[in-house]
Design a protein around this ligand. Structure first.
Ligand code: CA
Length: 233
């Protein structure tokens, strides 16, 4: 039998923790809970969860800092930020801190569970694909080694989040092909019917900042105005 996936909930409102736990367990997941940021980071590091639901406003350490901390340490665990405010800046901050996705409270439990499933499924596919897809990919100064998930630029390692890596792989595998935001939302995030297209744009921007010499004049990930994004052929 397949081992149960474990979701870490980092959230200081007990009522939200309880309802998340209830719904996640019903979906067949194990859960771990932290009611403050420090405990959340500690559990994320020591328990190696399969996904993290991360509140922003937390005692001791906020969600953005936890996220940055994990990414800087090289963690690729899928992270969904739970933002309390409608403010656009919170969403962008979360993505820039390295989150894969965010949901604004109050969120639909059905939608959140769908996103959890999509992120977990995506990760399993990637982990399986690592073993089978061995060919080294190169483009300009970039080298991607799919068997180890590693990306280097002129020999220097580039740290990408799971979604940045997935996006890069998706684009580079079909160089020159233009993908719409909707295509990418579906293929990279696995969302069929929902998802904020802004997520795609912010992830592209973040990826460019990491791999391009001049993110303002990209040479790898290009924009086809009014259509979408593509990798330079
Ligand atoms: Ca909170």
């Amino acid at each position: 039998m397949e081992e149960k996936k474990c979701i870490l909930i980092v959230e200081d409102e007990r009522a939200i923790v309880e309802i998340l736990k209830f719904n996640l367990k019903r979906e067949g997941y194990d859960t771990l809970e932290a009611l403050d940021g420090e405990t959340g980071l500690e559990l994320a590091r020591t328990k190696d969860p399969d996904l993290i639901l991360l509140d922003v406003m937390l005692p001791k350490m906020n969600g953005f800092d936890i996220c940055k901390n994990l990414r800087e340490a090289g963690s690729t665990v899928p992270i969904i930020m739970l933002t309390a405010r409608e403010e656009e800046t919170d969403k962008v901050f979360g993505l820039e801190a390295g989150a894969d996705d965010y949901m604004t409270k109050p969120f639909s439990m059905r939608e959140l569970m769908a996103r959890v499933r999509a992120n977990i499924r995506r990760r399993s596919l990637d982990l399986n694909a690592r073993a089978s897809v061995g060919a080294l990919l190169t483009a300009g100064a970039l080298t991607i080694e799919p068997s180890t998930f590693s990306v280097t630029k002129s020999g220097e390692p580039v740290d990408l989040t799971q979604k940045e890596y997935d996006l890069l792989m998706h684009l580079i595998r079909e160089r020159g092909k233009v993908f719409t935001r909707e295509d990418l939302m579906q293929k990279v995030w696995n969302y069929d019917y929902f998802g904020d297209m802004r997520t795609v744009d912010v992830t592209v921007r973040r990826l460019r900042e990491k791999i391009e010499d001049d993110p303002g004049k990209p040479q790898y990930i290009l924009t086809k105005r009014g259509a979408g994004y593509y990798f330079a052929p």
